[in-house]
Design a protein around this ligand. Structure first.
Ligand code: KIV
Length: 288
């Protein structure tokens, strides 16, 4: 299958200008990355949602820089022709700039990402600016920022009051000014998201932010229901049910092992005569 040319931050801005919607999906390992690339996705995000959907934590806070490097690297092996953005994990960009740059270096040099994503508004603009000046593209992330779940009091819609909406707008503008090449806007009302997208020149990629933004991102395991006991989310559309398929497949395997239907003759390797002689001795006259 022919792969399409890899995107970059210049082309992404042109997509916004042309009204060409940007598609982004998360991936966390070699097979998910390969499948996303073969399907023709514009951007792969190695999200720290890795914590929830792959590693079984109940928030993104426990994820470390080592975890992100390890998974980013395997995604890069699977998607060699796709623009890859990797999340900077919790508290890896809030210390001094040298420490932040050391962490960014690891994501880029050891995780083979093309860009990093960071959660936060105007307060992280200086860090974004320093990273961009070091030559690394930064994707901002405002609205619901899961790394701050303990401060914002749960996973709830953002920008619902005039003050919150004003703050989101100011944050978006601060990120643009700091040099972010695009912004992820998570769980925000459609009207506020539309106003933000119209007010800035860089793409706004929404998740639970309605239709009037410049692209959409979803989590791989949500798009494919790739989990046990999937919990429906209003802003997600599922396009396949891999969880159910996987469970059915494993149930069938167990059944066939127990009933000795598997392996059948089709799945076994036969030894040649010489080996049989060696194992069981020379053939008897009756066999010859
Ligand atoms: O970590 C992640 O998967 C994300 C997306 C929800 C945008 O940040």
């Amino acid at each position: 299958m022919a792969t399409k040319p890899m995107l970059n931050i210049i082309k992404l801005k042109k997509m916004k200008e042309a009204g060409d919607p940007i598609s982004m999906i998360t991936a966390y390992d070699y097979p998910s990355a390969r499948l996303a690339e073969e399907a023709g996705i514009d951007i792969i995000l190695v999200g720290d949602s890795l914590a929830n959907v792959v590693l079984g934590y109940n928030s993104t806070i426990p994820i470390t820089i080592d975890d992100m490097v390890f998974h980013s690297r395997s995604v890069a092996r699977g998607a060699t022709h796709t623009f890859i953005v990797t999340d900077m994990p919790f508290m890896t960009y809030h210390g001094n700039i040298d420490e932040t740059l050391r962490n960014v270096r690891r994501i880029m040099q050891e995780g083979y990402a093309h860009a990093v994503k960071m959660e936060g508004g105007a307060e992280i603009a200086p860090a974004i600016n320093a990273i961009v000046k070091a030559g690394v593209p930064v994707l901002g992330h405002i609205g619901l920022t899961p790394q701050s779940v303990n401060q914002i009091g749960g996973y709830r819609i953002q920008g619902k009051t005039p003050e919150e909406a004003k703050q989101l707008m100011e944050d978006a503008k601060a990120l643009e000014k700091a040099g972010a090449f695009a912004i992820v806007l998570e769980l925000v009302t459609e009207e506020v998201a539309a106003a933000i997208s119209a007010a800035i020149s860089i793409p706004v990629i929404g998740i639970g932010a309605g239709r009037k933004v410049d692209g959409q991102v979803l989590v791989y395991h949500d798009v494919l229901k790739y989990t046990a006991s999937y919990r429906e989310k209003r802003f997600v559309k599922t396009y396949a049910d891999l969880g159910e398929l996987a469970k059915q497949g494993i149930t069938e395997f167990i059944k066939e092992v127990k009933t000795k239907e598997f392996p059948s003759e089709d799945h076994v390797f036969a030894a040649n005569e010489e080996v049989l002689d060696q194992l069981y001795g020379a053939k008897t006259g009756a066999q010859q």
